[in-house]
Design a protein around this ligand. Structure first.
Ligand SMILES: [Zn+2]
Length: 58
């Protein structure tokens, strides 16, 4: 019988936050006025990981 090598002890890679792709920042669309005209985009902190870039572990 051949012994099978186990890979179960390998450390799992750090989970990357999905909305920000691990950068910790997300692009947000900036809207102004009553008609909500799009004036551009600005970078904001990712609220899913709070800027860490790691996926929230639960
Ligand atoms: Zn994030």
């Amino acid at each position: 019988m051949a012994a099978r090598k186990s890979t179960a002890r390998r450390k799992p890679p750090p989970q990357q936050c999905e909305p920000c792709k691990g950068t910790g920042e997300v692009a947000r669309t900036v809207l102004v006025g009553r008609k909500r005209r799009v004036v551009g985009q600005q970078t904001g902190i990712c609220l899913a990981c709070f800027g860490t870039g790691d996926a929230p572990t639960d």
